[in-house]
Design a protein around this ligand. Structure first.
Ligand SMILES: *[C@@H]1O[C@H](CO)[C@@H](O)[C@H](O)[C@H]1NC(C)=O
Ligand SMILES: *[C@@H]1O[C@H](CO)[C@@H](O)[C@H](O)[C@H]1NC(C)=O
Ligand SMILES: *[C@@H]1O[C@H](CO)[C@@H](O)[C@H](O)[C@H]1NC(C)=O
Ligand SMILES: *[C@@H]1O[C@H](CO)[C@@H](O)[C@H](O)[C@H]1NC(C)=O
Ligand SMILES: *[C@@H]1O[C@H](CO)[C@@H](O)[C@H](O)[C@H]1NC(C)=O
Ligand SMILES: *[C@@H]1O[C@H](CO)[C@@H](O)[C@H](O)[C@H]1NC(C)=O
Ligand SMILES: CC(=O)N[C@H]1CO[C@H](CO)[C@@H](O)[C@@H]1O
Length: 654
C-alpha cells in the first residue's frame, strides 16, 4: 500500500469518496509521532522510568519530557502552551521549556540554571521571559533577565542596577510595561532587637523597577526600612554575624504592581504579603504574619498563609472600588518536625474600607501535594486556575469552582520530596514561535523524521523528491557514522510532491515509498492555510546505503531567504494541501472506527485501546513496516536517559 506512487494533482482533480479515503489512509499511515504520554502509570510514579523521564528524537539533538497524567480532561485543551523551567539533581541541562497542549515538546534551550519562565506582551509583541544565572547562593540567585522574541532571539537582557544582581524569585512585567525583579542585598544592620549582634549582617529584601528599553532604575524598595526583624516567623538561617554569613530574614519572593502604581510583595519568612505605596515605599497594609492588618472573615483561612509564593492582583474579580482580589500559592507547610500541610491555591477578597479579608476560593489537589518550596498560581482567562507545585514536579489545572481537571507529573510522584526535578513556576500562555532556523530532518532507509524546534505554526509536512542529484556530497562522516551536509541546493522547480502528512507532536515520521525514483528528497513545512513556512535541506536519497544508519540533516542557523522560490507555488496547490491535512485530521477518526470495528483485522490500522489510559487510537503498521521502523525508534526503551535534555553527542554545550 505504501508503495503506491501518487501524482500530486490527481486527488485534487478527482475527489471521489474512495480516493479521499485512500488518501487519508495514506496520510495517517505515513505519520508516526512522539511517544504517547503516560496516564496514571505506577511504574512512572514510583521512579522506575527514571527521575526525569525523557524521550529522544531522531531529527533533533534535544529531548522532550515524558509526562504522567494523573488527571486528564478535554477541559484543559485550550490551545495554550505550558512553560516550565526544569532543573534539579536529575536535570543535567536547565533552561526554559515550552510544551504544547498535549504535552509534546515545542522548544527547549539550555541556559544557566533557569527560573520563572513566562510569556508577557510588551509593546504589542509577545516575549518569552525568564531568569537564568547562578542559583547556588544560599537560597537565592544572581543572574540575568532575558526576553526572547517570537523568533527565540534575545531581544532584551536586563540586569540589576547599582552593582546588585537580579535574583531568581521574581521577574514580572508590570501594567506600565516596566520590569520588576527581586534582589538579595547584603547589608550591615543592628540586630539587637532580634537578639543578634549590634554589628550584624542581613540579606535585605529589595526590589527594583526598571525601564526595559534603557535598564534605568525607576524605583527601589528595601524591606529593612519598612519591616521590623521581630516580625520574622522563621528562626534565623545564617547567623548574621558576618558579611559572609548574613541572615536571610525577609526572603522576598514576588512582586506585582496595580493600576494605582502601588506594589504587592510577598515575604516568605514573615508569612506575609504587603501592599506598598509606589511613591513613598510605605507599607499600606499587611496580610498574614504577626502584624496582619485585616479581620479574617473566614476564621483564619484567609490569613493563615505560610511560606507563600507568587502573590498577584486579580483585578477581574474586583467588584467595587473597596475590594481587591489577590491570588497566592500557599505552601502551607513548615518543614521537618512541623505539620506538613497540603499546598493550596488561594484567592482572597480584601475590603480596604473596613479592613476585612475573606476567602473567595481555595484549590486543593485531589492527591495532596505538600510543596517544600516554590510554586505558582495562575488564573487563566477562562477562570481556570493553574497551580505549579515548584519543588514537586507537577502542575494541576482546576476549574474555577475548584475541581481538578488535569494533573500532570513531569517527575515520579514518589520522589516529589527529593527535588530531583523542579520547576520554580508553571504557566500556560498563548505563544507563536517562528524560529529563524530551518526544520531538522533525519533519514533512514524507509522513513524521514522531521521536526522544527520552536515552530508552532506548522500544520503539514510535505515530502518532495527530485531526480537531480544533490550538488554537494557529504562533507564529513563523524565517528558516529552520521552524514552531515553543509548545503545541498537543488532548484525548487525540480521537486515533485511525494506525500503530505499532518504534523503530530514534536517529531513527525513520514514513511518513504520503497520504489521512488528520486535522487534527492526534502520536506517542506506548511501552515494551516497551506502557506510556506520553511524547508529542510535537500538530502541525497540512497536507501540501499541508508538501511542501517540515519543521516542527520540539522536545520541551519541561517535566516530563511524571504524571497525564496516557494512563494511561487500556486495558491491552489497550497490550499489543496492545507485543506487535505485538515480533512485528514477530521475524517481519520471516522475512518479508523469504520475500518477497525466493521472490517476484518489485518488492515493497515490496528485499533489499540489502552484500557482507557490513552487519549484514543494509535495508528500501528502491520508487520513489514514495523520491522522496517525498528531501527528508527526514538525511544530507547528500557533505558531512558534521566538527565539528557540535550543529546550530549550532538549538541554538547561546554
Ligand atoms: C527577533 O529578533 C531578531 C533579531 O533581532 C530579528 O531578526 C527577528 O526578526 C525578530 N523576530 C520577531 C518576530 O520580531
Ligand atoms: C489555614 O486554614 C485553612 C482553613 O481552615 C486550612 O484548611 C489550612 O490547612 C490552614 N493552613 C495552615 C497552614 O494552618
Ligand atoms: C496541618 O497539618 C497537620 C499535620 O499533618 C494537621 O494535624 C493539621 O490539622 C493541619 N492543619 C490544618 C489547619 O489543616
Ligand atoms: C466590615 O464589613 C463586613 C462585611 O460587610 C461586616 O460583616 C463587618 O461588620 C464590617 N466591620 C466593620 C468594623 O465595619
Ligand atoms: C466593604 O466594607 C464596607 C464597610 O463595611 C462596606 O460598606 C462595603 O459594602 C464592603 N464592600 C464589599 C464589596 O463587601
Ligand atoms: C547522480 O548520482 C548517482 C550516484 O551518485 C550517479 O550514478 C548518477 O550518474 C548521478 N546523476 C547525475 C545526473 O549526475
Ligand atoms: C513541605 C514543606 O515543609 N514545605 C516548606 C514550606 O516552607 C518552609 C519554610 O521555608 C520549609 O521549611 C518547608 O520545607
Amino acid at each position: 500500500m505504501l508503495s503506491i506512487r501518487i501524482n500530486f494533482m490527481t486527488p485534487l482533480l478527482t475527489l471521489s469518496p474512495t480516493s479521499v479515503a485512500l488518501w487519508l489512509l495514506l496520510f495517517l499511515g505515513n505519520a508516526i509521532a512522539d511517544r504517547v504520554n503516560d496516564f496514571r502509570s505506577e511504574k512512572y510514579a514510583h521512579g522506575f522510568e527514571g527521575a526525569f523521564p525523557l524521550q529522544h528524537y531522531s531529527s533533533a539533538g534535544v529531548s522532550g519530557p515524558i509526562l504522567n497524567y494523573w488527571e486528564k480532561s478535554v477541559a484543559c485543551d485550550d490551545g495554550l502552551y505550558t512553560i516550565i523551567t526544569p532543573r534539579g539533581e536529575a536535570v543535567r541541562h536547565s533552561g526554559p521549556m515550552i510544551l504544547d497542549n498535549q504535552g509534546h515538546l515545542v522548544w527547549f534551550k539550555e541556559y544557566e540554571t533557569t527560573y520563572n519562565a513566562n510569556v508577557y506582551t510588551y509593546k504589542g509583541q509577545r516575549y518569552l521571559t525568564f531568569w537564568a544565572g547562578d542559583d547556588q547562593i544560599r537560597g537565592h540567585g544572581e543572574g540575568i533577565l532575558y526576553m526572547l522574541n517570537s523568533s527565540y532571539e534575545e531581544a532584551y537582557k536586563l540586569h540589576g542596577v547599582n552593582g546588585v544582581a537580579a535574583d531568581l524569585h521574581e521577574f514580572h512585567i508590570t501594567r506600565d510595561e516596566t520590569a520588576v525583579f527581586t534582589v538579595y542585598d547584603i547589608k550591615s544592620v543592628d540586630l539587637t532587637s532580634s537578639g543578634g549582634l549590634e554589628n550584624g549582617w542581613i540579606y535585605d529584601g529589595i526590589f527594583q523597577e526598571i525601564d526595559i528599553e534603557t535598564n534605568e532604575l525607576l524605583f527601589q524598595w528595601r524591606a529593612s526600612e519598612h519591616f521590623s526583624f521581630s516580625e520574622v516567623e522563621r528562626g534565623s538561617e545564617g547567623t548574621g554575624e558576618s558579611a559572609e554569613d548574613p541572615w536571610d530574614w525577609f526572603h522576598i519572593n514576588s512582586i506585582d504592581k496595580d493600576e494605582k502604581g502601588n506594589f504587592l510583595i510577598s515575604s516568605r519568612y514573615l508569612n506575609c504579603i504587603a501592599y506598598i505605596d509606589g511613591v513613598t515605599g510605605d507599607v499600606i497594609w499587611k496580610l498574614g504574619g504577626k502584624e496582619s492588618s485585616f479581620t479574617d472573615l473566614s476564621a483564619g483561612a484567609a490569613t493563615n498563609i505560610s511560606w507563600q509564593h507568587h502573590a498577584r492582583f486579580q483585578p477581574q474579580y474586583d467588584t467595587t472600588k473597596t475590594t481587591k482580589a489577590i491570588s497566592i500559592f500557599d505552601n502551607s507547610s513548615r518543614g521537618k518536625g512541623a505539620p506538613e500541610n497540603t499546598s493550596r491555591g488561594l484567592i482572597v477578597d480584601i475590603n480596604e474600607t473596613n479592613m476585612t479579608v475573606a476567602v473567595r476560593a481555595q484549590y486543593w489537589n485531589q492527591v495532596p501535594i505538600s510543596s517544600q518550596s516554590q510554586g505558582s498560581m495562575q488564573v487563566l482567562e477562562n477562570g481556570h486556575v493553574l497551580l505549579g507545585y515548584g519543588y514537586s514536579a507537577a502542575w494541576t489545572e482546576f476549574g474555577a469552582d475548584g475541581e481538578v481537571l488535569c494533573e500532570v507529573n513531569f517527575g515520579p510522584r514518589e520522589l516529589f520530596e527529593r527535588g530531583d526535578i523542579i520547576s520554580y513556576r508553571t504557566f500556560k500562555q498563548k505563544w507563536v514561535g517562528i524560529p529563524l532556523t530551518a526544520p531538522d530532518v533525519a533519514l533512514s532507509g524507509t522513513a524521514a523524521a522531521v521536526s522544527w524546534i520552536g515552530a508552532t505554526e506548522v500544520a503539514t509536512w510535505v515530502l518532495q523528491g527530485s531526480y537531480v542529484n544533490v550538488t554537494d556530497s557529504p562533507e564529513s562522516k563523524d565517528q558516529d557514522g552520521i552524514h552531515r551536509y553543509s548545503s545541498g541546493h537543488v532548484a525548487d522547480d525540480d521537486f515533485q510532491f511525494i506525500s503530505a502528512v499532518p504534523k503530530t507532536g514534536f517529531e513527525t515520521k513520514i514513511l518513504i515509498p520503497a520504489d521512488i525514483p528520486y535522487r534527492t528528497l526534502r520536506v517542506m513545512a506548511l501552515d494551516g492555510t497551506g502557506g510556506f513556512l520553511g524547508k529542510t535541506r535537500a538530502m541525497e536519497w540512497a536507501p540501499e546505503e541508508m538501511n542501517e544508519e540515519i543521516g542527520v540533516f540539522a536545520g541551519d542557523e541561517e535566516l530563511k531567504e524571504s524571497n525564496s522560490k516557494e512563494h511561487r507555488i500556486s495558491p491552489l496547490i497550497m490550499f489543496g494541501m492545507g485543506f487535505m491535512s485538515a480533512a485528514a485530521i477530521v475524517l481519520c477518526a471516522w475512518l479508523i472506527c469504520k475500518y477497525v470495528y466493521f472490517r476484518s483485522p489485518g488492515q493497515t490500522f490496528i485499533g489499540r485501546r489502552n484500557h482507557g489510559k490513552d487519549e484514543g487510537w494509535q495508528p500501528v503498521q502491520t508487520g513489514e513496516e514495523l520491522d522496517d521502523l525498528d531501527d528508527f525508534s526514538d525511544l530507547e526503551s528500557g533505558e531512558r536517559h534521566e538527565d539528557h535534555l540535550l543529546d550530549g553527542n550532538r549538541n554538547r554545550v561546554e
